[in-house]
Design a protein around this ligand. Sequence first.
Ligand code: TMP
Length: 201
Amino acid sequence: MTGKLITLEGVDGAGKSTHIPLIADLLRAKNVEVILTREPGGTALGEKLRELLLHETMSADTETLLMFAARREHIEQVIQPALTRGAWVLSDRFTDASFAYQHGGRGVAAEKLRSLETWVQGALQPDLTVLFDLPVEISCQRLAGARDPDRFEQENTAFFQRIRDAYLERAAKFPQRFRVIDANRSVSKIQDELKQIISML
Ligand code: TMP
């Protein structure tokens, strides 16, 4: 028995958190055990690393290594055991975020990320990745209203443009698992599309 790994991605401000409860409900309606989790985070140690990642100054390499350290713990403690017992794991971000933010955004070589990916997750890949795609002018406008922005949310439009481009490149490279959602629409339109996507699983 093996479960499924479903990941949600998008630039900050793309609105994915609005849709997580609906996606979780749609999955539960399939009568499967659903584990809701997030990266960086998802374990006690991972949540501590998240605090550091979101608030402490560090180099791009350190940021990358800490993201993957948190991910290793997450896979070992949460994701793999859940998949083994047949549960479906819904993770708010996973490795595509490292390719988008650390490679696309910060310029860390993709080769470095690929070796970390192999080390940390072996053959494990998401069964489905939903990418909430939004023009950066709109996501940046949304972030401008946010209280107390973290280290990533404080970045400029060019940084988010590179992230959006890197996400779209990942989606084009792995079309079998990616579904790109136009997040520049009403919540109800987006939810209709999510229902359709989840019904295919
Ligand atoms: P969140 O805002 O979706 O909770 O994610 C926290 C931040 O961490 C977000 O700005 C994206 C960033 N991040 C990376 O830079 N690399 C990663 O691998 C992950 C999982 C998140």
